[in-house]
Design a protein around this ligand. Structure first.
Ligand SMILES: O=C[C@H](O)COP(=O)(O)O
Length: 269
């Protein structure tokens, strides 16, 4: 069983005072928990994360980056800036970016390249809408979203990815995919990855996101291809986030979590 990874996506929430309380609550409750964890925060709070979390077991990162390196792109944040504040992870291709900002799979692929260039870990999000699921198009939709990224990458770098399956209809709705439904999609994503690089498929964490909460986390995380969670609403309350981490620990029996594949490789080198 792969180590579990639990990542909070704060989305556009927070302020300095609330963040401080939330991070302190997570740090205080983390104790001996073994699953790896991280928070992906709004860019203005990356510095607060670096100041608060450096040296802790909680990693941090961003929710999006520009596909461009730094330069004349007003309003954008480049991967180099996230790295400058010690960010380890960047969420890329979240469905809210795809839906509200018109991000294509090709743009997502270029953002993944930008994140890897800075030696950070992209969390590549894929997921189908309710309409697509009901039309029986789930495999085709998430497969095409993933392939657009895989097509842009040298297979050698694939161990450095994290994937996240986030059915759009489950995000923020309180209606999670059942463990069986999620497991099926996760297995398909892993098989697609294996077709490009079997070694990567063995180590890349495939996270589930979409109304993961303390009361459903264990059953989801117990699935063989669900390696963790990308948590929205429940990541904004320390007790809920910690309860999901604890559920991950119960699944693994407390086996230590760790960094994504590329980082393991770098550390071993
Ligand atoms: O990135 C996180 C997902 O969008 C899940 O959000 P949620 O846990 O609030 O449903």
């Amino acid at each position: 069983m792969r180590p579990k990874l639990v990542i909070g996506n704060w989305k556009m929430n927070g302020n300095r005072a609330d963040n401080a309380a939330l991070l302190a609550g997570i740090a205080a409750g983390l104790g001996a928990h073994a699953a790896a964890c991280a928070v992906c925060v709004p860019a203005p709070y990356l510095q607060q994360c670096e100041e608060t979390l450096a040296g802790s077991r909680i990693a941090w990162g961003a929710q999006d980056v520009s596909m461009h390196d730094c330069g004349a792109y007003t309003g954008e944040v480049c991967a180099r800036m996230v790295a400058d504040f010690g960010g380890r992870y960047v969420i890329v291709g979240h469905s809210e970016r795809r839906a509200y900002h018109g991000e294509s799979s090709e743009l997502v692929a270029n953002k993944v390249l930008a994140v890897l260039e800075q030696r950070m870990v992209p969390i590549v999000c894929v997921g189908e809408t309710l309409e697509q699921r009901e039309a029986g198009q789930t495999v085709q939709v998430v497969g095409a979203q993933l392939d657009a990224v895989l097509d842009a990458l040298d297979p050698q770098v694939l161990p450095g990815l994290v994937l996240a399956y986030e059915p759009v209809w489950a995000i923020g709705t309180g209606r999670n995919a059942t463990p069986d439904m999620a497991q099926q999609v996760h297995a398909q994503l892993r098989a697609r990855l294996a077709a490009r690089n079997p070694a990567a498929a063995a180590v890349v964490p495939v996270l589930y996101g979409g109304s993961m909460k303390p009361d459903n986390a264990f059953d989801l995380l117990a699935q063989p291809d669900i390696d963790g969670g990308l948590i929205g609403g429940a990541a904004l309350k320390a007790p809920d986030f910690l309860a999901i981490i604890a559920a991950a620990d119960r699944v693994t029996g407390g086996a230590a979590g760790g960094p994504a594949g590329s980082e393991r490789a770098a550390q071993a080198a």
